[in-house]
Ligand binder design. Sequence first.
Ligand SMILES: Nc1ncnc2c1ncn2[C@@H]1O[C@H](COP(=O)(O)OP(=O)(O)OP(=O)(O)O)[C@@H](O)[C@H]1O
Ligand SMILES: [Zn+2]
Length: 747
Amino acid sequence: MSAAQDEPEGAQVVDVLAPVAVDAPYSYVAPPGLGLRPGDSVTVPLGTRETYGVVWSVAEGAAPRSNLKRVTARLDRPPLPQKLRDFIDWLARYTLTPRGMALRLATRAAEDAAPDAPRTLYRATGHSPERLTPTRRRLLAAAEGGMTFSKKALAEAAACTAGVVDAMVDEGALEAVAAPPEPVARPLDPDFAAPLLEPAQSLAAGSLIEAVRTKSYKPFLLEGVTGSGKTEVYFEAIASALTEGGQALVMMPEIALTAQFLERFAARFGERPAEWHSGVSQKKRARIWRAAATGQLRVVAGARSALFLPFNNLRLIVVDEEHEGAYKQDDGASYHARDMAVVRARFENATIVLASATPSIETRVNAETGRYGHLRLHARAGARPMPLLEPIDMRREGPPRGAWIAPRLAQAIAETISRGEQALLFLNRRGYAPLTLCRDCGHRFRCTQCDAWLVEHRFRRALVCHHCGHVERRPDACPECGATESLAACGPGVERLAEEAATLFPDARTLVLSSDFPGGAERIRRELDDIANGAFDIVIGTQLVAKGHNFPQLTLVGVVDADLGLGSGDPRAAERTFQLLNQVTGRAGRGERPGRALIQTFQPEHPVIAALLSGDAEAFYAQEIALRERAGLPPFGRLAALIVSAKDAAAAEGHARALLRAAHELPPSPRYRVATLGGLPEADEIMILGPAEAPIALIRGRFRYRLLVKAPRGADVQGFLRDLLATAPRERGGVRVQIDVDPQNFM
Ligand SMILES: Nc1ncnc2c1ncn2[C@@H]1O[C@H](COP(=O)(O)OP(=O)(O)OP(=O)(O)O)[C@@H](O)[C@H]1O
Ligand SMILES: [Zn+2]
């Protein structure tokens, strides 16, 4: 206490959370005059280094203890709003992520914040240069009229190099003027091009607009068949948020690939929204971050990390394709962006729309029980019919050995392209062949670091592990027996399908679309554009092509292997397959002409395939929901996974067993009950399954064991996990425990 006098009058004690793996803010003393408030960003010493952090609370009137370190400086950053800080606290508690790491999700993008750089623009002075070449003449013509232009724009308009612009400045024919920085996004006009909605669309839009207007936290499921105009409908909700002076966030699973969406948005609102994903430069992201905090930026379309932007007046969140697995973040902090979007909306008192043609079981149940509003569009827009679906029974009319396209599908493709329309062949498998083996000795190529076969990529002449990315050259001889010409590719990937298509349709313009080709998102965006513009007759693709795209000339979809993924033993296999196949067949017939889809399957009677073929989504949902309810699976019960991994299999298994023991030795808690080991669990008890080898037992050289916590809906799973980790033995020998609350992936 005596040291308190050391601090000058007016010094503050503040709790600062740093963006590192700690769970609690630390106290610091801030010099008088900083006038810190919660949400402010500061720099502080932490251990031996200096870091930035966010003031989590200010202890008003507290006398600083002498041992407190000092806040070094205050950063020039807009404050992190209270609602966002509350959301971060909540997310950290729910997902068992250290709070500092949860904070980092929200502040990482701000780290690069450089002040917005002013730009230099050019305009004509009226002086003519001494020598007027045709190029110079074009340049001066482009700069005419007293307006200012960027150097790039002038050079482009005059088809000359930037050097010509410089030369004209030297000669006094152009002058440079300083201009304010370019805005991160231009103003949007909610009335720019409002569509004429159809009655069902209008009804759905009305409910959303009402919710946005009354500023009420209200989740909606917007469920409409593919091509029903869900996008048009939620655009009206965005327009309403804009009219109200608020902000809107649209989350999309593959935003980096959806140039089409941005164009559509611009056609509706006059300008594009701000884009937010890993392909956007650090600097740009820092500017978007700031503009979201000041309210200057009104609409962001982004990947899951956009959820952590510091919006200052968020009125609407849209989660497009809400059922998509891509919303689950699995490395580092593991959270489900769709679920967390609902939580964020609650903190913000915002409206939230989950849009899908094939909602997740969780969301469907929430809509059926009335927790979410349920808006439905039962038919395609513009009276377009749904595609006609037909099975191809591979047992009776399959292709000849070594081929993958059945005669009837080949026939349909031929007819389609002869009419000048497009066909899409869907196979959710990258590469040439999923397995390579030696016909002489039976040797199979597998990854040494993972429990997985190596996938042949013939274009790259390589064998690739799809789990860890390991690449090796495809040898000419078997490494085991030395035989040459003995290596055989087993099963098809998209590259092999392309080979077959080229043989069947040598004159067709064929494109393979796959995420692993060089060129990244840029290339895929361009290719998607080309498809939409009719530059190809046959498109062969993985699930990349299934997502939300509009290809007006596409009238035939061939699903090459509908059974792929059904036999995986994953509790979500049925749901995922149903969603994916609906999505991909939904690409057919979105333009003027009706669509058709042929489904190659060995089990046309399988409930998932049957539901798809009959178009009876209701029967599928009823059955799948009943199944989950009986099994106590989400959303009727809760799951959490503990993945224990180590370089040494015995160490991983040993630690997993120790965790299991610790769980059963926990003292009784009023918030949860743990079932006795080996006994039959009561309805209100938490059960721990395993440890079992994870389905992929080895990844990146680490052996993995899994414990699955299965709990009734009302149990405090997080409380249980926290208690368990607090009493469990220390992780030694490189053992890692990863916690996944609400796991989506059971690999
Ligand atoms: N009211 C409307 N007036 C004119 N065109 C419309 C209208 N509603 C929808 N459309 C058009 O119908 C097509 C499908 O609409 P949209 O992409 O919004 O459907 P969706 O339900 O989002 O589809 P998906 O789930 O397959 O992505 C688009 O080309 C869209 O412009
Ligand atoms: Zn591997």
